[in-house]
Structures are given as structure tokens and as C-alpha cells.
Write a protein that binds this ligand. Structure first.
Ligand code: PAF
Length: 281
């Protein structure tokens, strides 16, 4: 596995691979890899000729007061994992390489960034779309892989790629869960034992929503109310939002028709976690 830290070196390598007729697959990450990331890497290896992974903890997508400075990092462990997965190229830029002095350009998707996490993390998605555009321009991928756990991020990036004519297919992969249903996330490592036990609240609440949907309930207020009751059984967990939205446009809906997303965000102690499920359609 080659490791590059400079944008121009990655661009050169990608262009060489493209000239050979190779399809470039890309998995952007912030590192501290878990099985969720690896499911993306494996799909990328399977479906493309040249698999690039990036590790970059992007400062611009952390809102003031969030965990940028303490976000878990372990470069050596991540490198060893990616070697084992037979990744072709690891791109690991420094902050000063991605955001050169005097940097003043952003990429912003206007509408799909407003609901759900966008309400509580102003500026977060602008940071994501900006860095993902920059990563796409460095790696020049044909296909890029994103996890369903960050479903809103997937929708936002898909729209950004469409609107700005990035010649890249955006591929979403299913959520990978722990045995008890907790969605895998690098932030799970912050949880203490008691919090970890109660973190299953997010999945339990989604399962309750799914159960109601499967039994024929189509009123989203009723579903949200019942999902909220599940959280009251977990005293360490405080929901931030419980939403039912259209799966394509993330618009709020009252009567469920077609494909919808049920999505939750909650604080488990001080740790903010998110999870979701697609229903119908
Ligand atoms: O999902 C993530 O890990 C990040 O938001 C991403 C896409 C790597 C951009 O920093």
C-alpha cells in the first residue's frame, strides 16, 4: 500500500491508473477504523480496480464546542488494518495541505443540509461537502463509498456531486451493527461501560418505529411518540431528535407514503450518536 500526504501526488497516481483503464474506488474516512469502514473498503476492493482510502480528521466539519481535538486517532493501527485489506493507496494529508494559508472557498448544499443533524450542527455539512469536493479533486474517483449511518451526509453528497458535475458514482452501503444493534461508530469508543449498555436505546427506538410501521401505522407523529417512549427506559440517553422524513428529499412528512427514513440522534452521557432505518418504498 502506498501512502501519500500530498494532493498533487495522489492526483498524479490516479491519472496514471485511469490511463491504464483502471476504475478508481474511494472510501473517505476520518480514521479510527471499524467494521463499518471495512465493509466499504471491501466493497470498493471487490468492485473497482484501484482502491483509495483517505484518513483526514476534517476540522471544518466540527462545530464550535465539538470533539475535534479529542476525536480518536490511531494512524499506526489504521495503516496496519488497511494493509491487511490490500488497499492500494492511503491518502493521509495534514490540515495545512488540505487548507492552505489564505483558504477562502466553500461548497454548500442549501436545502438537504437544513433538517435532522443540520438543525443542531450549523455549518457541519458545509465542512463535509467542502472537504469531500477537495478529496474528490485529489483522488479523482469513479465510485465513492459512504455508509448509511450518515444517511443525510450521503444524500447531501449525492446532490453535491450531481449539481457540480463530479464524474463520480456515490454508493451507499448498509449500516454495520454490534451484536446488540448499536450502529458502529468511531465515537462509540468514548462510551463508558454503563453508557455502552444503554446506547442500544437508539436502535431499540428505531426497531419500535419499524414494528409500528410493519403493523400498518402510517401517522408519523404517532410513530415518533412511541419511539420517544423507548428512550425513557434508558436514563443515560437523551434524544436530540426523532424524525420521520422522505428518503429522497429529507422533507418532513405527516402521513407516510413511499420510502421514508426514520432517524434519531441522542446524547449517551456526553456522547452524541446517530442512527436511522429506511422503511417502505
Ligand atoms: O463520514 C465521515 O467520516 C466524514 O464526514 C467524511 C465523509 C470522511 C468527510 O470528512
Amino acid at each position: 500500500m502506498e501512502i501519500f500526504r500530498e494532493v498533487n501526488k495522489v492526483q498524479k497516481k490516479s491519472l496514471e491508473e485511469k490511463c491504464k483503464g483502471n476504475v478508481i474506488g474511494f472510501v473517505p474516512t476520518m480514521g479510527y477504523l471499524h467494521e463499518g469502514h471495512l465493509s466499504l473498503v471491501r466493497k470498493c476492493r471487490e468492485n473497482t480496480d484501484f482502491c483509495v482510502v483517505s484518513i483526514f480528521v476534517n476540522p471544518t466539519q466540527f462545530v464550535a464546542g465539538e470533539d475535534y481535538s479529542v476525536y480518536p486517532r490511531d494512524e499506526e493501527r489504521d495503516k496496519a488494518i488497511l494493509e491487511r485489506e490490500r488497499v492500494d493507496l492511503l491518502f493521509m494529508p495534514e490540515v495545512k495541505e488540505m487548507y492552505k494559508e489564505g483558504y477562502q472557498t466553500n461548497v454548500e448544499v442549501l436545502k438537504f443540509t437544513k433538517p435532522l443533524c443540520g438543525k443542531f450542527r450549523p455549518g457541519h455539512f458545509k465542512g463535509v461537502t467542502t472537504v469531500v469536493s477537495k478529496l474528490f479533486n485529489a483522488v479523482l474517483p469513479n465510485i465513492a463509498y459512504f455508509g448509511q449511518k450518515d444517511y443525510q451526509q450521503y444524500i447531501v453528497i449525492k446532490r453535491m456531486a450531481r449539481d457540480l458535475n463530479f464524474p463520480v458514482k456515490i454508493q451507499m452501503m448498509p449500516i454495520v451493527r454490534e451484536k446488540d444493534g448499536l450502529a458502529m461508530s468511531s465515537r462509540n469508543s468514548y462510551l463508558n461501560e454503563a453508557e455502552r449498555e444503554q446506547a442500544v436505546a437508539l436502535y431499540s427506538s428505531l426497531k419500535r418505529g419499524e414494528e409500528l410501521y410493519n403493523s400498518g401505522e402510517r401517522n408519523s407523529s404517532k410513530i415518533k411518540k412511541e419511539m420517544g417512549k423507548v428512550f425513557s427506559q434508558f436514563p443515560l440517553v437523551k434524544p436530540q431528535y426523532i424524525e420521520v422524513v422522505g428518503a429522497e428529499e429529507l422533507d418532513s412528512i405527516e402521513k407516510i407514503q413511499g420510502k421514508v427514513l426514520i432517524a434519531v440522534a441522542a446524547f449517551v452521557g456526553k456522547v452524541r450518536l446517530i442512527d436511522n432505518m429506511l422503511l417502505g418504498g
